[in-house]
Design a protein around this ligand. Sequence first.
Ligand SMILES: Cc1cc2nc3c(=O)[nH]c(=O)nc-3n(C[C@H](O)[C@H](O)[C@H](O)COP(=O)(O)O)c2cc1C
Length: 181
Amino acid sequence: MTESRVEDGTVGHSTTMTVVAPAEFRSLMSTFPTGVAIVTTSDLDGQPWGMTCSSVSSVAVDPPTLLVCLREGSPTLAAMLRRSTFAVNLLHARAGATADLFASGTPHRFDLVRWSADPEAAGPHLTDDAHAIADCRVSRTVSVGDHTVVFGEVFRVAHPAAPDRSPLLYGMRKYASWSVL
Ligand SMILES: Cc1cc2nc3c(=O)[nH]c(=O)nc-3n(C[C@H](O)[C@H](O)[C@H](O)COP(=O)(O)O)c2cc1C
């Protein structure tokens, strides 16, 4: 275990403690497979933003709330906080290339996929790559280390006519598709 120090201000005094190294934490979490989403939003001038995100979790049923964790410094996060809405595009099993595109930092990522910009939606809908899309309103944010946790209340769910209804999975640093034991 690597020793690093964190300052814990949550109890009103400073405590030093050890934490595992980033590589060990990443390796641990790689053994916990998840689905894959692309979270999207748009700027007030209509410019689309979006990034691949696997840290998506259900939080509450009433009100229907999910969370996404986005890296500090992300232009997608900045636009999401300005707009206060975002769409969670849940990818289907044939959308691995689009997941890579939206993780690549490519500035013109939206030129390379089919998307729709319904004014009622919370962000761009990736109509070829998502099997389901949740339109969310930002309800709160929490800054944790190098990421921001964004909570969203889901106000609409859409189901595009996807070529594959099974979800794309990510684990062990690879994409996979759902299979029942
Ligand atoms: C499968 C996969 C899952 C990812 N999940 C997250 C995530 O949950 N949060 C995050 O901040 N970045 C995640 N990333 C990395 C971002 O997609 C990547 O940093 C992207 O360039 C960010 O876009 P941006 O420049 O608009 O912020 C993931 C990448 C991949 C390939």
